[in-house]
Design a protein around this ligand. Structure first.
Ligand code: GAL
Length: 808
């Protein structure tokens, strides 16, 4: 076979990328972008000079550098979904970061004269928002929705040599219910290929039959060009070729292949085995295009008796909802930060993620494939009826179908995705037009992907039971409303329900309030919520209320807790309290540090390892002799508590209340400083595990622990260093709030810090921050050069500490 050698030289922002023997070249435009905030006349023009503009790399979030300001997006509104009766002034709703307004980005890339018949696509994984894209001064297209993936064929606008790319973004106020981020916050790529090619996002790999030691892999590929044949090679996880096929039969513009894989290793959260298809496209024996697509072999099905079956096994969703921001990094995508989140969630026993309430990043999906998470990929928080004045309602009629098409086509080969969501708590749940919209959208999803079901997170349960809206959905998803689960199950025809959003319990890491009592919407003068995990919202509930349904009802197929991590914006119950600017809902705080609730979920979800966790901390100077309840979140069903060696009795999980079923609680403990010890007993009543916490002495020094001590020298990788204020013996000082300072030297840079305090107005990128409840996290970033990176943390009155991270 004669392969034509295509020589393609691409210079991207000063970097030479020389690709030989390649029929397609994918170039990520990440470095040397110029950015400015505010509108600039003529900034789209090819010869525009970016004098005074900042140099940035993409992904980039222009608003995360602050400052926090109460006036940003201040809104006097009644939040209908939150059952508010009257309008009040909301300050931190969208995070109080300066994301509103216009931002311009420009970069250049050099292309040699394109060979005749070459094609160049320009792809954005997301740009916040209202993107207008210009190549050499020509507007090549626009995309209003900031979460949508989109691309343009820019071939006709290119010139040999230097080309300019300019992007104008504009975020209106009152357009979001959380911090949306600002800027080109996901990657941008050029795809250079032949006109005879695989169509972009045009290949769909599925595994319709997996049985008796063989899997049928079905590959449908849309192609451009005549007289084509496709050679498809399937490789296993080790890269070994296990099957090959050459096909040329066409059905319109599509080639369909069916290939058997013998003794397949099935993809699941416990065994995330990935295969890949390498596809070569030939025209008269000349290689024209190559694509490689990772995929997993797995089956999914849903039904009344079985619930959700993965590979024929009923599997409940132990899931969390995640907003797209990465705390101190804002919305800018970073693989290390995403991976850290998933690592933390994996240890909790979580097996599923819902991308609330929009399209996930490709990086997150790739990680979920590799690390083993089921994925519920959502599209919209609004349809045609508004929740916020300038929200997606402005674009729904014109763009919804296009946005769904791109979501599905760009991501449908990810084995992790097991369900789509066409919306979250859309006000269109009311009224007959909404029912039609629900069907219209679901049909689009089915047309684009007949293999996965569709849900909507429904909170207007009474309305959707009556109107037929709920009956339409493949998967009826209920947001909260635990009291309506039974009735909805009876009235919906599907025979099962999903807790598409659950709990919305609120807490601040390391903060405990007394007396300890179950309360809705409770507020305190310090703007914090109690970590006894007894506080929730008027529309929501405690984790235990969901656990009961998950455990007792076979027809409840799982839950997605609101949320896995705190996020910027929506500081309920402090929407009207300044300076609250980020959420309290997270199982982990904004810095990614687990709150106590983490261990409550872990005690149920992580069935492989034991959990034994004591709360609260034991530094209560001034509370001597006062009632200070002790809770233990544990995978054991029975334990004994000792305060300074004195038994406080044995507690067993019981049916006394929902909370007693899942937590061990000693409500009458009187505080005295010293040691709290818990001894857990196994089924036979023998001591099986124990844990101890102590009253910490005076803050003495700092302890630094990195999540990864070796990172990649790629200029993007991050090490997350948890800094704790400890006493002389190394006990964490749980109330310490020292002002800490950070200095990074060697082959890395200081990137950001975060302490998880929702009321902090300190900026993440400044090299100083207060500890919150004794801790914070420092993010250290690699450079492109390998070597040691040293982080030094110091504070007045404390011994400073250093840690060395290796960048390789
Ligand atoms: C839900 C909504 C989420 C979030 C949450 C807070 O109703 O879907 O986006 O607002 O409430 O409890």
């Amino acid at each position: 076979m004669r392969l034509k050698i295509l020589l393609l030289i691409v210079i991207v922002s000063g970097t030479f990328v020389l690709a030989q023997n390649q029929s397609r070249n994918v170039i990520t435009l990440s470095d040397n972008w110029k950015f400015t905030k505010g509108d600039v006349q003529g900034a789209e023009k090819a010869d525009f000079v970016t004098k005074g503009w900042q140099t940035v790399s993409v992904p980039h979030d222009w608003a995360i550098y602050g400052p926090f300001d109460k006036e940003v997006d201040k809104q006097t509104v009644r939040i209908v979904q939150n059952q508010e009766k009257e309008a009040t002034e909301k300050t931190g709703r969208t995070g109080s970061l300066p994301h509103i307004g216009v931002g311009w980005y420009r970069t250049t890339f050099d292309l040699p004269e394109l060979e005749k018949g070459k094609k160049v696509l320009l792809q954005f994984d997301g740009a916040m928002s209202n993107a207008r894209v210009f190549v050499n001064g020509n507007e090549v297209g626009c995309r209003p929705y900031g979460y949508s993936y989109f691309y343009f064929d820019i071939s006709q606008h290119l010139v040999p040599g230097k080309n300019t790319l300019a992007v104008r973004l504009e975020n209106p106020g009152k357009a979001s219910r959380w911090y949306p981020g600002a800027g080109i916050y996901r990657k941008v790529q050029l795809i250079v290929k032949d006109e005879v090619c695989f169509q972009h996002w045009g290949t769909f790999v599925t595994t319709p039959y997996v049985d008796g030691g063989v899997a049928k892999v079905n590959i449908k590929s849309k192609v451009n060009g005549k007289d084509l044949s496709i050679k498809t090679i399937i490789k296993d996880a080790a890269g070994k070729i296990i099957a090959e096929k050459v096909s040329s039969e066409r059905y319109g513009d599509e080639v369909e292949q069916n290939i058997a894989v013998k003794n397949p290793e099935l993809w699941s959260p416990d065994t995330p085995v990935l295969y890949s298809v390498e596809m070569q496209l030939y025209q008269n024996n000349e290689l024209k295009d190559v694509q490689v697509i990772p995929f997993g072999i797995r089956t999914i099905s849903y039904g009344p008796d079985k619930g959700f079956e993965l590979n024929g096994k009923t599997t409940k969703f132990k899931g969390v909802c995640l907003h797209h921001d990465l705390g101190p990094l804002g919305a800018a995508v970073n693989i290390a930060a995403l991976k850290r989140q998933l690592t933390i969630l994996k240890d909790m026993g979580c097996n599923a993620i819902r991308s609330a309430h929009n399209m996930p990043s490709h990086e997150q999906l790739e990680l979920c494939d590799e690390m083993g998470f089921l994925f519920l990929a959502e599209s919209f928080d609004e349809w045609a009826k508004p929740k916020v004045k300038n929200g997606y309602n402005l674009y729904f009629n014109e763009w919804a179908e296009k946005d769904v098409i791109n979501l599905v086509r760009a991501t449908r080969n990810h084995p992790c995705i097991v369900m789509w969501s066409s919306g979250n708590e859309v006000p269109d749940q009311h009224g007959s037009i909404g029912v039609k919209r629900a069907k219209w959208l679901q049909d689009i999803f089915h047309r684009e992907d007949p293999t996965r079901p569709v849900t909507v997170g429904m909170d207007q349960v009474n309305a959707v039971m009556k109107s037929g809206f709920g009956a339409i959905m493949d998967i009826p998803g209920l947001n909260y409303r635990v009291h309506l689960y039974e009735e909805a199950y009876e009235r919906f025809p599907q025979g099962f329900l999903l807790g598409s959003e659950t709990a919305s319990t609120v807490s601040s890491r390391g903060v405990y309030k007394f007396p300890v009592e179950i309360a809705k919407g409770k507020q305190y003068a310090d703007g914090q919520c109690s970590s006894y995990d007894f506080e929730y919202c008027s529309w929501s509930n405690l984790p235990d209320d969901d656990f009961v349904l998950q455990d007792d009802k076979d027809w409840v197929i799982g839950e997605f807790v609101w949320t896995g991590f705190d996020y910027l914006g929506e500081p309920t119950p402090y929407d009207t309290y300044w300076p609250s600017r980020s959420s309290y809902f997270g199982i982990c705080d904004l810095a990614g540090l687990p709150k106590d609730r983490y261990y409550l979920y872990r005690s149920r979800w992580n069935t492989k390892e034991e959990t034994l966790h004591i709360l609260p901390h034991w530094n209560w100077e001034g509370r001597e002799g006062e009632t200070t309840p002790v809770f233990v979140y544990t995978s054991y069903s029975k334990a004994e508590l000792f305060i300074n060696g004195k038994s406080q009795g044995i507690q067993s999980k019981s049916d006394e209340s929902k909370q007693h079923r899942y937590r061990l609680m000693w409500m009458d403990v009187k505080y005295e400083p010293g040691t709290v010890k818990v001894v857990a007993y196994d089924k036979d009543g023998n001591p099986a595990a124990e844990k101890e916490i102590k009253t910490a002495g005076k803050p003495h020094h700092l302890e630094l622990v990195a999540d990864r001590e070796m990172i990649k020298a790629d200029g993007n990788d991050l090490s997350f260093v948890t800094v704790s204020v400890v006493d002389e013996d190394g006990n964490i000082c749980p109330t310490a709030s020292h002002q800490l300072s950070f200095k990074v030297s060697g082959k890395g840079t200081y990137r950001a810090a975060c302490n998880g305090d929702a009321t902090s107005l300190e900026m993440f990128h400044m090299p100083t921050m207060k500890a919150f409840s004794g801790k914070l996290v420092v993010l250290v970033q690699s450079q492109k050069e390998a070597g040691d990176i040293k982080l030094k943390v110091s504070a007045k009155g404390l011994q400073s500490e250093e840690i060395v991270i290796k960048s390789l």
